[in-house]
Design a protein around this ligand. Structure first.
Ligand code: HEM
Length: 310
């Protein structure tokens, strides 16, 4: 039961952290120059993204508390219901590596909640707040590397660096899929957004191509440190989970390739026909669902002893 709750808490925490970094990477990098001149339709997209930020932060906060409670229960031997009724949680929070990372993460989530709330009321501060929230969300995502298997691996700082890059690439690409789907939904109904769709898609496609490259290289580094051999990849629970993840990754890249080589090419040639945008939006939502499945596998990987582990 506790292990199932831990997998749910890990998936929610990793997923919410990836989505937050993905939303701000989308706003700053993908939407970026295509956001000028500002229009009402674009403002509506930004309002939708800000609402998504708020919900991601609430999920991040609640799953952080659950994950912490489960770690306290695990380390102290107390039942989860009593995790916060003794001083055990203080010992975990202030005297363990996990606790120090959690102090940082909970602090960053609270700062982001305040900045996001400000974003609603102070439109003129929107640009500065978006940059500040981008930096906070990337720090939040990367801080996961300090409590990963890769952080405990023998080859450092390769383990930490590889995992941090892996998380950034996963956040920018997979975390950017839902914001892209929201943009495409509005672009189908708006002439001004439809005209920007090809440019936005061009930028997202280039960004995700770069992320795929970083994910493969950093993923191979993680795999070398945590699996170590083809034999272990094929014969251990950890290896089999990773193989399943790689299979989903292959399908994801297939979807991305079709979007890039077929749909985007048609979009650049012809005006942004609503049907093309509908196809693209459907593919992007499929990719986001596959990305979520990969996050769930990663949550399982996190509670499974790495293959070289005796
Ligand atoms: C869409 C593609 C991918 C996504 C979204 C993704 C996401 C992630 C995330 C979020 C983590 C957790 C890092 C942490 O807890 O600090 C992770 C770990 C890992 N990834 Fe990936 N990854 C992807 C592709 C790959 C690929 C292509 C490989 C192998 C070539 C790979 C191998 C690994 C390994 C070995 C770990 C370590 C798991 C652990 O902590 O035990 N990943 N990945």
């Amino acid at each position: 039961m506790l292990i199932a709750l831990l997998i749910i808490a890990r998936a929610a925490q990793i997923g919410a952290s990836m989505l937050l970094a993905g939303i701000f990477a989308f706003e700053l990098v993908t939407l970026g120059p295509a956001a000028q001149p500002a229009t009402d339709d674009l403002h509506e997209v930004e309002q939708r993204l800000l609402r998504l930020v708020r919900w991601s932060l609430i999920v991040a906060f609640l799953s952080a508390l659950l994950w912490f409670g489960l770690e306290v229960a695990n380390m102290s031997g107390l039942p989860l219901t009593r995790a916060f009724s003794t001083t055990a949680w203080q010992a975990v929070l202030f005297q363990t590596e996990f606790g120090r990372v959690w102090q940082l993460r909970l602090g960053l989530i609270v700062v982001a909640l305040v900045l996001a709330a400000l974003g609603f009321v102070k439109a003129q501060l929107r640009r500065a707040l978006t940059v500040a929230l981008f930096l906070v969300s990337v720090t939040l995502l990367v801080s996961l590397a300090w409590i990963s298997h890769a952080a405990a691996a023998r080859a450092q700082p390769l383990g930490l660096l590889g995992d941090a890059l892996h998380l950034c690439a996963a956040g920018a690409w997979i975390g950017g899929l839902l914001p892209l789907a929201i943009f495409l939904t509005h672009a189908r109904a708006s002439v001004s957004l439809g005209e920007r769709a090809a440019r936005v898609l061009q930028r997202f496609s280039t960004l995700s191509l770069g992320c795929v490259g970083v994910l493969v290289v950093s993923g191979l580094s993680n795999s070398w440190l945590l699996v170590g051999s083809i034999h272990a990849l094929l014969t251990t629970p950890y290896g089999c989970l990773l193989l399943f993840k790689l299979m989903l990754f292959g399908i994801l890249v297939g979807f991305g390739a079709r979007n890039r080589l077929v749909i985007k090419t048609k979009l650049l040639r012809a005006s942004a026909g609503s049907d093309l945008l509908r196809q693209l939006r459907r593919n992007v939502i499929c990719e986001a669902c596959l990305g979520l499945a990969i996050v769930v596998i990663v949550a399982f990987l996190g509670v499974t002893p790495p293959a070289p582990h005796p």
